[in-house]
Ligand binder design. Sequence first.
Ligand code: RRO
Length: 346
Amino acid sequence: MTDLLAGPVRVTEVDLRTSLAGVEFQNPVFTASGCAAAGAELAPFLDVSALGGIVTKSIMMEARSGRATPRMAETPSGMLNSIGLQGPGIDAFLERDLPWLVENDARAVVSIAGGTVEEYGRLAARLRGREGLDLLEVNISCPNVEDRGQVFACDPAAAAAVIATVKRAVGSSVPIFAKLSPDVTSIVEVARSVVAAGADGLSVINTLLGLVLDPLTLRPMLGGVTGGLSGPAIRPVALRCVWQVHAALPDVPILGMGGIRTGEDALQFLAAGATAVSVGTATFGDPSAPARVLAELRRSLASRGITRLDEVVGLAHRPPPQPMADPQGPDPIGDPDTGRAGPLEA
Ligand code: RRO
């Protein structure tokens, strides 16, 4: 067994390959949806083919200009965004963006978003069987226009309806990951509901709904009033969600995200139960962040003597290693492996 906490530092070759619902990726570091459009913007800063994959900005049926500006506001250790699903629409995406990813040897995780269950179904049908589509991420953090703008991801039944429809549309052609919102009482309840409806994996988590006021006018900073909070400020929330979902559904692969900025952050998400991670907000300050996080993660695993990624996935749920045997004599409270009593119990 690998002792993660003690022992001399060994430098090891690390096998970083990971598998998400049966699809193998060369490593577990992906971009996060919404932080790098469809990947081309990152190409001047990193090799897109060297990452685990590129997760695209959520695409809708039609082109959209998004919400009123301003669309971003800084917060302590994070930021708020209210982009409003700006995007080119599925036709342009299929004609230009997906082929670009294929031509550049990037693995593509395509994120889709809809205002109705039916729109999700139509998007999924357009993507079925497309060359280069490795995974489908279903962003259910969208207002349901048929239900007073109630966010799909905040209602287990509505979330399940989206996933069941997408599943019917793609069949077994591509695994689907449901992207969950932390803005719920029980993220495990939503996770169970979407998995029962056919989700092959879960992306955990989307941003948290927040508000920033302009300190001078005391009015909302963002044109869209509220926005999604991301960055290191949400990392403990995201880590808690990954932990809870993995504890409840240990066989369901998780793409973990929320404030990951370093290889050590990524390692924590893997230990909490993620099979891969997405780097999002960190990319705005440092467009090479996903590549740096990957390099740091590799070093961090090697320095712990870990040779395969699956040694660390879910590790935080296992009991910590027992202290080394005391060379001075028997442990006074007994041997935890044999159960044999020590002197205090004898
Ligand atoms: O476009 C957005 O404003 C947006 C989306 Br679709 C999302 O899923 N999460 C987010 O923080 N912003």
